[in-house]
Write a protein that binds this ligand. Structure first.
Ligand code: SF4
Length: 424
């Protein structure tokens, strides 16, 4: 998940009203909408936070009517929430966890069919723990960021191995499981257990960065400020609905490029909305440089099957099946890299039959170019001679855990049979 930034809100003291000026000592009000009165006030800050707060025009910060804004947020959510499948399972920590993990780096619309397939096949933590990792990866195939599926599976196994009847019901216990970070743990605690635990995803970061006009990007201090804003606005009860409402607001109203401030329940407390510069927040953090990599792979047909190997190396595609693949070295021809990949798996160079269309795919910060080449092997060669190699029937490719670029190469060679139930 993307994380952010900001001005600390604790220890701020009201000094004077705004407008008309930072130096005014008279209290004033600004009507922002029919029936709503805002009492904006200049706040005393210190150090860099004060500098940041004064760096943009408009009110620097305010003591804002948080309680009524939170009530408006909850009322808006009751009226506007989308009927998403995981919202029927709010009290099931396992299903909350599955949905939260899937929604990391994935849009809601893309995650829904995966979530439905996942909970149908693995309706409980125990069912997931009892399955092979390969099956979990196969169900995840096409959703990307496969480490999420591996860690979810590992977490299920860790819970079952501990003898616990279900996921831990406390932050520390959740955090001790593979792949569960502070905000996933917070989401489980807030959504499943109705606890006062910040549940912060990219949408919430955007909303709260705008509400408090937070200036730093992607730093721990910024995350702490988002967390502080979450806690400040939190109601005494209804934590579950509050947590979900903030996420929903970010997903449907406070969008990255076109926030609809006019119909936003937080408009009376949102500094960026009041100033009219919402899209300046969250302040973008420095993105890691994109790295271009070229790979080549060897496509070998068997009897209505294709030769695949299980990726055992730690990395992007660990645990998945793929055609023998090698990174193309500097000054190396892609075809030679494919020969090298085939040689490493089978001990044979194979006979080149043809080149298949190049596939381009972006994954995390890598822009991958995959060059597929088809080879034939002598009849005497047996897949059982090669570690981790196996013939996978073409009819099984749809449900096999294949990286997206490899699947696209196989679709070129085998048509829709290789497309996969999960392939986008
Ligand atoms: S007022 Fe605008 S910028 Fe502020 S939270 Fe609402 S939609 Fe986002």
């Amino acid at each position: 998940m993307l994380r952010l930034l900001g001005i600390g809100v604790r220890g701020l003291e009201p000094r004077a009203s705004w407008p008309p000026s930072r130096h005014s000592t008279k209290l004033s009000y600004t009507p922002l909408a029919r029936g709503i009165i805002l009492h904006p006030m200049v706040i005393s800050t210190s150090g860099s936070a004060a500098k940041h707060a004064q760096s943009r025009s408009g009110p620097t910060n305010s003591e804002r009517p948080s309680r009524s804004a939170t009530a408006a947020l909850l009322a808006w959510f009751r009226a506007s929430r989308r009927p998403l499948p995981w919202r029927t399972a709010w009290r099931d920590p396992y299903r909350v966890l599955v949905s939260e993990v899937m929604l990391q780096q994935t849009q809601v619309a893309a995650a829904v069919p995966y979530y439905l397939r996942w909970v149908e096949r693995f309706p409980t933590l125990e069912a997931l723990a009892a399955a092979d990792e390969a099956e979990a990866l196969a169900l995840w195939s096409g959703l990307g960021y496969y480490g999420r599926a591996r860690r979810l599976h590992a977490a299920a196994r860790a819970v079952v191995a501990s003898g616990s009847p279900g996921l831990p019901a406390d932050l520390a216990g959740l955090r001790a499981l593979p792949g569960i970070g502070p905000y996933t743990a917070g989401a489980v605690m807030a959504l499943a257990h109705n606890q006062r635990a910040p549940a912060i995803d990219g949408n919430v970061i955007r909303v709260l960065s705008r509400v408090d006009a937070l200036e730093e990007g992607g730093k721990a201090a910024g995350l702490r400020s988002v967390e502080a804003a979450w806690l400040r606005l939190a109601p005494r009860r209804a934590m579950r609905h509050y947590a979900e409402a903030l996420m929903e607001l970010g997903a449907t109203v406070c969008s990255p490029t076109g926030p609809d401030c006019g119909r936003c329940p937080l408009k009376v407390v949102c500094l960026a909305g009041i100033r009219g510069n919402a899209t300046a927040y969250p302040v973008p953090s420095k993105r890691p440089a994109v790295t271009a990599v070229a790979h080549a792979c060897a496509l070998v047909r068997g009897d209505d099957a294709v030769l695949l190997v299980r990726q055992t190396e730690a990395g992007l595609w660990q645990g998945m099946l793929e055609m023998p693949r090698a990174e193309v070295q500097a000054a190396e021809a892609p075809q030679d890299a494919a020969v090298r990949a085939l040689l490493a798996v089978t001990g044979l160079r194979g006979d080149l039959i043809r080149a298949w269309p190049t596939v381009r795919h972006s994954v995390t910060r890598y822009r991958v170019t995959l060059h597929p080449f088809e080879f034939s092997l002598p009849d005497r060669w047996r897949a059982s001679d090669a570690l981790e190699a196996q013939w996978v029937r073409v009819s099984s490719l749809a449900s096999a855990p294949l990286p997206a670029a490899q699947r696209r190469a196989l679709v070129s060679a085998f048509g829709s049979a290789a497309r996969g139930a999960n392939a986008g």
